[in-house]
Design a protein around this ligand. Structure first.
Ligand code: ARG
Length: 470
């Protein structure tokens, strides 16, 4: 009998699959990325089948070795994927059967593509988590080293993109370290949940054949087995978690990218990037564009889209597996690809950044940002804060009108607006004094506290490196 068209899993059907359905079913052009993990999972499964006696030791060995040969072909890029065989699982099973004969037809014993794909995805994700956590570590280290390199250099700090109070450049850089540290934390926490092997769950209900799912799990480095076979094949929340992690990380990176893009403008003039990390315009020869930063910012949009795609695909699906779930892979791969692109790029941008310290100093030494310090002094001398705020606000309005910096205010004028102020105190309102004063908050911008933040960040990174063996 001629085999029916439409893959291996066409058994009850009496007709060939309709071409429109066949075309929509194909996933091999993207799920071939799971191939090496599919092989590893199948090898573990084949070894277990041999150990429990569901196949003979010889058959088990033939399957394991045959799969090994297939993985070499995949590695070398010589494996030919056949879209008629729909997906990575059926391509590999067919290739194995072609290679070793009837023993290959026993590989799928006590297994469904539903638990197989769930397994492949976990293996794939574990490996991606490992690589991405390393790339993320390297970026955090670059930020920390930059913070140590810039020392006590000041810069204007902003809220609402309006100059607010002077801060240290290192403080600004370390703010991103903190955000990325939380991103790493999310990734490591997800890693613990990836530790359950779904293999053995079958299509949905488990199997009655005498398998040992624990052996497969151990072989593949999973400490646990899935506790519920329906959940094991139906859930994709671990992928969602990864995509949420990716979207949040990309949003954090997009803010860093936006800061870099602003800093290198002529208008800000805070920093420069080397030519190698900028591009030129196809029309305007004078341009030096921060495309790297912009691409990072742009890719955040895709990462958010990928999370929303998967949430939407899974929302409202009845228990257990549904074919909709095949749509989980492209968003996953896309976010992984983006992260692998942008993390090393962000690291290069950060480590290559050079600051224009003169300009930063000039702008940080704003004539009026000492206003909060003056209000604080009034508070120390007994004026209620709200009153102090109003008094200093009125004084600043007057000084702006007269074009007099706060530091140069005459004692008589000061006394008129702020009766409790020490007469010569504004003259002591140097930039250094404003910065040093912010030492009562451990996370504040005083050089003393920022130095502690930077040292702590470096120590955390070294500990992480040791723990993760980066
Ligand atoms: N390619 C499929 C997917 O990614 C594999 C599982 C197919 N299962 C099924 N019952 N048709 O979801």
């Amino acid at each position: 009998m001629a085999p029916k068209k439409g893959g291996l899993a066409r058994s009850r059907q009496t007709q060939d699959v309709d071409p429109t359905l066949a075309k929509a079913s194909v996933s091999i052009h993207f799920d071939q990325r799971l191939a090496l993990f599919d092989v590893r999972g199948s090898q573990a499964h084949a070894r277990m089948l041999g150990e429990v006696g569901l196949v003979s030791p010889e058959e088990s060995q033939m399957m394991v070795e045959g799969l090994g040969l297939l993985s070499e072909k995949i590695d070398q890029g010589t494996f030919v994927w056949d879209p008629d065989l729909e997906d990575v699982h059926m391509n590999l099973e067919k290739a194995l059967t072609d290679l070793i004969g009837p023993a290959g037809a026993k590989l799928h014993t006590a297994r469904s593509r539903n638990d197989q794909v769930a397994l492949d995805e976990r293996l794939y994700l574990k490996s991606a988590v490992n690589q991405i956590s390393w790339e993320l570590w390297a970026l955090k280290m670059a930020l920390t080293q930059k913070a140590l390199e810039v020392g006590d250099a000041p810069m204007p700090g902003y809220t609402h993109l309006q100059r607010a109070q002077p801060i240290l450049v290192a403080h600004h850089l370390l703010a991103y370290y903190q955000a990325l540290k939380r991103d790493s934390g999310r990734l490591y926490s997800l890693e613990t949940r990836l530790n359950e092997s779904p293999l053995g769950s079958g299509a949905l209900a488990g199997t009655g054949l005498p398998i040992r799912a624990d052996l497969v799990a151990k072989d593949l480095g999973f400490p646990e087995l899935s506790a519920n076979s329906l959940d094991a094949v139906a859930s994709r929340d671990l992928l969602m978690e990864f995509l949420a992690f990716g979207a949040i990380l990309m949003v954090n990176l997009s803010r860093l990218a936006e800061d870099l893009a602003l800093w290198v403008t002529a208008e800000f003039g805070f920093a420069d990037l080397p030519d190698s990390l900028t591009t030129s315009s196809s029309m305007m020869p004078q341009k030096k564009n921060p495309d790297g930063a912009e691409l990072i910012r742009g890719k955040a949009g895709r990462a958010i889209g990928n999370l929303v795609t998967l949430l939407t695909v899974v929302k409202g699906l009845p228990m257990a597996y549904n074919r909709d779930l095949q749509e989980d892979k492209e968003p996953l791969f896309d976010t992984i690809d983006s992260l692998k692109l942008v993390l090393p790029l962000a690291k290069r941008l950060v480590e290559s950044l050079t600051f224009n310290y003169d300009r930063l100093l000039e702008l940080a030494d704003d004539p009026y940002t000492g206003a909060t310090d003056l209000a604080d002094q009034l508070v120390r001398r007994g004026t209620p804060f709200r009153e102090a705020h109003a008094q200093v606000g009125a004084l600043v309005a007057e000084l702006v009108k007269l074009k007099i910096p706060l530091r140069a205010v005459k004692p008589s004028l000061l006394a008129r607006f702020c009766p409790a102020a020490e007469p010569d105190w504004p003259s002591k309102l140097t930039l250094a004094a404003q910065l040093a004063a912010r030492d009562q908050t451990p996370g504040g911008t005083a050089p003393k506290t920022v130095a502690i933040q930077a040292q702590k960040a470096e120590a955390e990174l070294l500990a992480e490196q040791k723990l993760r063996r980066f």
